[in-house]
Ligand binder design. Structure first.
Ligand code: GLY
Length: 319
């Protein structure tokens, strides 16, 4: 379905277990997305389902799938994270299981896989979000692998957009955020009526140091409720924090909306408030369906389930 600025694909019925992942609803152009993202996305859904079948934990499966995307260097998360105005990597990530356990990290620089630190917090601490140096210290203490530093592509992109900004080219900062945001990753895994959802990101290119986006905020960047469904978001955190589309989708599902209509309503509401070009959603319901929707140009996704072979697709305004 495509209406003006909103495009929704699905539902796909995956069966009694399944996964959906996305590679961000940012600035992808179709050819680029096809060339670069299909391999890591197929690897991510495969790793997610293998993990689920091995240990029966949607939370572990979401984390393993997202870790593949963080490690790929293709997406704006983990190894591929974009740079702040000061030329630093500052990453956010969060994960939630449908039994109301969540963990998240904000502005971390140390771990190669921020999503693994988020999982540690969900499973071991009496807190939900840990930020900055204390989160980095925790990552080091629990023995997580260290981030190797910015990728060549991230440095090239940073140099280019910083130069343009300093030369006063292009529109004002607030408008530029639309052009500068990149490609957060996210995943949802379910087994029967148990769900988990997560997100991981390097944020927005040239962001202010210390800026925190939606990806570590439950309800905004991700949300899951057993017996109801789950959702993960990508787009401009400054808008997503304020409309909390993931909590909204799950709330609508609990009120009896179909998965398609819940995602459509969340995208319409967000677009009414903030305009288009700023949100992508993936979502799952208790009947084993998944859906993906955007108000941007395109979003690569992967799906896999008991009744659906590992598949790579691009949700696109261009059809
Ligand atoms: N959606 C990622 C961010 O805005 O940080």
């Amino acid at each position: 379905m495509s209406s003006n600025s909103i495009t929704i694909s699905g539902p796909w019925r995956l069966g009694d277990y399944g996964i959906i992942v996305h590679g961000g609803a940012g600035a992808w152009r179709l050819k680029e997305a096809l060339e670069k993202t299909s391999r890591p996305i197929i690897e991510a859904v495969t790793r997610g389902i293998t993990t689920l079948l091995d240990n029966n934990s949607p939370l572990e499966a979401v984390v393993e799938a997202i870790a593949v995307l963080e490690d790929s260097g293709i997406f704006n998360a983990g190894i591929g994270s974009t740079l702040s105005y000061d030329g630093k990597i500052e990453m956010d990530a969060g994960v939630m299981s449908g039994d109301y356990r969540a963990g998240a990290v904000a502005i971390v620089t140390y771990p190669k896989n921020p999503i693994k630190l988020a999982k540690y917090i969900a499973q071991n601490l009496d807190h939900v979000i840990i930020g900055g140096q204390s989160a980095d210290k925790l990552a080091r203490r629990i023995g997580l692998e260290r981030h190797p530093g910015p990728s060549r592509y991230a440095i090239q992109r940073w140099n280019l957009v910083k130069k343009e900004l300093e030369e006063g080219k292009g529109p004002k900062w607030a408008q530029r955020i639309r052009e500068l945001y990149s490609d957060t990753v996210g995943a949802i895994v379910f087994k029967e009526i148990r769900f988990a959802a997560g997100a991981s990101t390097g944020g927005i290119t040239l962001k202010h140091s210390g800026r925190i986006g939606d990806s570590p905020i439950p309800g905004a960047g991700f949300y899951a409720e057993n017996g109801v469904g789950a959702c993960s978001a990508t787009g401009i955190g400054e808008t997503i924090i304020l409309t909390r589309p993931c909590a909204y989708v799950v709330d609508l599902l609990s009120k009896g909306y179909s998965l398609f209509n819940a995602v459509e309503e969340a995208l319409k509401r967000h677009t009414r408030i903030f305009g288009d070009g700023n949100l992508g959603l993936i979502a799952a319901d208790k009947d084993g369906n998944v859906v993906a929707g955007i108000n941007t140009r395109a979003m690569p996704i992967g799906i896999y389930g008991r009744e659906y072979k590992p598949s790579f697709l691009i949700v696109s305004r261009e059809g």
